[in-house]
Ligand binder design. Structure first.
Ligand SMILES: [Zn+2]
Length: 282
């Protein structure tokens, strides 16, 4: 529960807090340590050593003397809701204030190692594999002399739950802020494993505010997988494909996704411009 400092004030605030935090001996072993982190502790005052009561016995609930942690935030929504656009905007806002970020993605729609938005923006990113250790990844950046103040993680629904745990460790033990962006549910309307883990671990879980509409005009929250013009409810969890406007029947023989409201995802109704609706399968 940090909420994180305001981006513009982050460097100064972090520097001060870090000096204080280095007095804490009670912190467990830190597996990943940024190069700028000073591991030397100041002398810790013992009772009776002449230190004041205030310096040795913090009031209950006081955060003084505790290690600051980075923020772990999860921005989520259906396809087409502007997640990648927000990811790139957030990166821009932090970069202009002098912070250094590392961009990660997996299976971007462009099929290239980058974060790309439907608005036409894109930035190079590290393509993460299923077995990539994210803590190691950040450690290697530090070893190469590249500072990492924050992570932008796009398409996070394709990461593994273990990698989500690694992101939490990075936030907790290295004060790196982690901003993740991903799709909430798969084509069956079930949470992705990584999404579920983020809901469990993230400091903040934030639905994207840009509404995507179902063909009926209601807010769309579910991603229907459409194969040969018909909605399917079985198959692999991850099949990368793009969305297209309902009614565009040029690609009937391909896999595509269509955002639907809960009602029409449940009934399998793709709208008047699509093929005949499917009955519900159980
Ligand atoms: Zn609808």
């Amino acid at each position: 529960m940090t909420g994180g400092p305001a981006p513009s004030a982050a460097p100064a605030v972090r520097s001060e807090v870090c000096e204080v935090s280095c007095t804490a001996r009670t912190v467990p072993v830190v597996p990943v340590v940024p190069p700028s982190d000073d591991a030397d502790d100041a002398d810790r005052a013992e009772p009776g050593s002449g230190a004041t009561a205030l310096s040795t016995v913090p009031a209950a609930g006081s955060r003084r003397g505790t290690t600051p942690v980075g923020a772990l935030k999860f921005f989520h929504g259906p396809m087409d809701c502007g997640k990648s656009t927000l990811a790139l905007q957030l990166d821009h806002n932090h970069t202009r204030q002098g912070r250094r970020g590392l961009l990660l993605t997996r299976l971007d729609r462009s099929r290239r190692p980058q974060i790309s938005s439907r608005m036409g923006l894109s930035r190079p990113a590290v393509e993460v594999a299923e077995d990539t250790d994210l803590a190691q990844l950040v450690r290697r950046s530090w070893a190469a002399g590249t500072r990492v103040d924050y992570l932008i993680v796009d398409e996070v629904q394709f990461f593994t739950p273990a990698q989500i745990d690694q992101l939490a460790v990075l936030a907790d033990e290295t004060q790196v802020d982690v901003y993740t962006f991903g799709i909430t549910t798969d084509f069956r309307g079930r949470l992705f494993p990584a999404t579920a883990r983020l809901v469990e671990l993230a400091d903040e879980v934030l639905p994207l505010q840009v509404e995507v509409l179902c063909w009926c005009g209601r807010p769309g929250r579910f991603n229907a997988r459409v194969v040969d013009g018909e909605m399917v409810r079985t198959g692999d969890t991850v099949v990368v494909a793009d969305t297209e406007a309902p009614g565009d029947q040029d690609r009937q023989d391909t896999v595509r996704y269509q955002v639907l409201c809960r009602t029409h995802h449940r009934t399998g109704d793709l709208g008047p411009g699509a093929a005949a609706a499917l009955p519900i399968e159980t």
